[in-house]
Design a protein around this ligand. Structure first.
Ligand code: ZN
Length: 205
């Protein structure tokens, strides 16, 4: 396999990228000069050095010496609220709206329909641990999944898994209001939609 083929194979593994787009990326790179190619590879190599997973919310971010991201280490954030999202981009999108001042947890993935309980793909065990560690300060958990079948499935399973700790500590569990139309992913929702969905959230337990 030559470099063009190898790089095409790598790019086609990127989310949402097919082999034809992957090949176009490679040809785009072939048209760049040495300096910009070097800049590109430097940035990629620097990623693991500059970004790591936050110990608390598990998102990728620039972390401090306590291994916490700026949100988790911010004493002005409301520690009584925990918003659970599927992906890092969902968190970023909600942050951009500036309407939520609590803390987050990034599940990593939604729970596949074939999985009935805990799964390798979603960090359900880590979520349970995080809540257990902070059971005295958390008052509300907002589950913010996409409004599709997999999102509903994930919400249902999370409610079940968290019930022992939420019941014991009187923690409210809520989901985003249906300001978001069916099939919507947070990643593609605009600020107004997220605002409404947050404001119209409803308790489910
Ligand atoms: Zn964090």
């Amino acid at each position: 396999m030559n470099s063009i083929e190898k790089l095409t194979e790598i790019f086609s593994k990127f989310p949402g990228i097919g082999p034809r787009q992957a090949r176009r990326f490679v040809y785009y790179l072939l048209h760049q000069n040495d300096a910009s190619l070097r800049n590109f590879t430097d940035l990629i190599l620097r990623l693991p050095k500059e970004v790591s997973r936050c110990l608390s919310c598990l998102r990728f971010a620039k972390t401090n010496t306590k291994n916490l991201c700026a949100i988790c280490d911010d004493s002005n954030r409301d520690r009584s609220m925990l918003l659970v999202v599927a992906k890092d981009v969902d968190l970023e999108n909600i942050e951009k709206t500036h309407t939520y001042n609590g803390r987050y947890f990034v599940l990593g993935n939604m729970i596949p329909l074939t999985e009935k309980a805990s799964t390798d793909k979603a960090r359900t065990k880590e979520l349970q641990n995080e809540i257990r560690d902070r059971e005295n300060e958390i008052k509300e958990i907002i589950i913010a999944m996409a409004t599709n079948v997999e999102g509903d499935h994930t919400t249902d399973i999370l409610k079940e898994l968290l019930e022992p700790v939420t019941k014991k500590n009187n923690i409210t569990v809520s989901v985003l209001g249906r300001g978001m139309s069916t099939g919507t992913e947070l990643e593609y929702s605009d600020a107004d939609t997220i605002n409404n969905a947050l404001r119209n959230r409803k308790g489910v337990v």
